[in-house]
Design a protein around this ligand. Structure first.
Ligand SMILES: NC(=O)c1ccc[n+]([C@@H]2O[C@H](COP(=O)([O-])OP(=O)(O)OC[C@H]3O[C@@H](n4cnc5c(N)ncnc54)[C@H](OP(=O)(O)O)[C@@H]3O)[C@@H](O)[C@H]2O)c1
Length: 319
């Protein structure tokens, strides 16, 4: 790999415009696999990283290749790798900020015991790339809230990447799902398993839920509301309920006093979780909807569109 140049979408500093560039191919360590990435997917974290939201929290190297999730074919393995062979189709998380690496590139490296797994049988690269961060986070949120039969959960942000998987996974566990959806997406979330919908563009979500469930509900997965807005949503919980935020919006101490368990979830990706998701996808129990397919060359100009939100599925990139 030494000396080989790789096409990548990278930034030269926080806040800089993403550009297509040529960078040296990453060298796999003894316990890493070297992957020809065939598809990547966009996640909001990619824009947050580029904007410098995580500056100072972890080391970064520039140029920094953007992108977290990807799927491709193992081209070479480090000397100590045992779980993967050249030719294996894999998917996972390729972001490695200290080395300036990401998934928006022709090649990437991942530790074999990191966040990588064999792709579900018969799955396309673009479908696999759409899974790791969004569906992995949804799985962890649903497990954290201990949703099961008889529980009622409100999912705020149900129409996006994390939300669509969370709706399906909560419904699979037998929970009654109330999903937020603007009118254009109501049918979409019902098709994924939501029993009820509330239109967050038509007034307070909490008021709409409490009108139907005056005694409150068991759980909330809030994937979007910032700290200043999440207090209103908390009103739907009955004492003993749980709320999970993926955007760090909660004050757990304050809510404990109100007999509500509050969890600011930071997703911990793993190969084992990806293997679990692969099984669910393979069996047809879990679907991941692709909203936009982009060529590599289209990405720098289109990223700004996706940062505006209104996701109705995943954005995937052919590489
Ligand atoms: N903590 C972690 O480890 C972790 C992991 C993954 C993701 N995240 C974060 O979780 C958030 C969601 O991720 P994602 O990938 O699902 O994002 P996404 O694909 O952009 O989806 C967000 C969805 O929420 C909807 N929405 C926006 N404002 C809303 C509101 N006030 N009420 C109800 N729905 C609303 C959007 O549609 P409309 O705008 O049309 O309503 C969109 O469908 C992001 O901030 C992401 O960075 C955190």
């Amino acid at each position: 790999m030494t000396g080989v140049l790789v096409r990548a979408i990278a930034i030269t500093g926080f806040g800089a415009d993403p550009e297509i560039t040529q960078l040296p191919a990453p060298e796999p360590g003894p316990r890493e696999v070297f992957v020809r990435i065939r598809a990547a997917a966009y996640n909001p974290v990619d824009s947050k990283v580029a904007a410098g939201v995580m500056k100072g929290q972890v080391p970064f190297t520039f140029p920094l290749i953007l992108g977290t999730d990807g799927a491709g074919v193992v081209e070479a393995t480090g000397a100590e790798v045992t779980a993967f062979d050249p030719g294996d189709e894999v998917y996972g998380r390729f972001a490695d900020y200290p080395r300036g690496l990401g998934s928006f590139a022709e090649y990437g490296v991942v530790a074999e015991d990191g966040s990588i797994a064999h792709m579900p049988h018969g799955m396309l690269f673009e479908q696999a790339a759409a899974v790791p961060t969004a569906t992995g986070t949804a799985h962890e949120a649903v497990e954290t809230a201990r949703l099961d039969t008889g529980k009622t959960v409100l999912i705020v942000g149900a129409t996006g990447g994390v939300g669509q998987s969370a709706v399906q996974l909560a419904a699979l566990r037998g929970a009654r799902v109330i999903a937020t959806a603007a009118p254009d997406a109501e049918e979409l979330v019902r098709d994924l398993g939501a029993a009820e919908t509330v239109d967050h563009t038509a007034g307070s979500v909490a008021d709409q839920v409490l009108a139907r469930h005056p005694d409150g509900i068991d759980a909330v997965l809030d994937l979007v509301e910032p700290a200043e807005a999440i207090g209103d949503v908390v009103r739907v919980l009955r004492p003993g309920g749980i709320i999970v935020s993926t955007v760090g919006a909660l004050d757990p101490d304050e809510l404990t006093e109100r007999e509500i368990r509050a969890v600011n979830l930071v997703h911990r990706p793993s190969g084992a979780l990806l293997a679990t998701l692969a099984d669910l996808i393979d069996s047809g129990e879990l679907r991941v909807r692709i909203q936009h397919r982009l060529t590599f060359d289209e990405v720098p100009a289109r990223l700004v569109d996706f940062e505006r939100g209104h996701a109705r599925g995943k954005v995937v990139i052919e590489i």
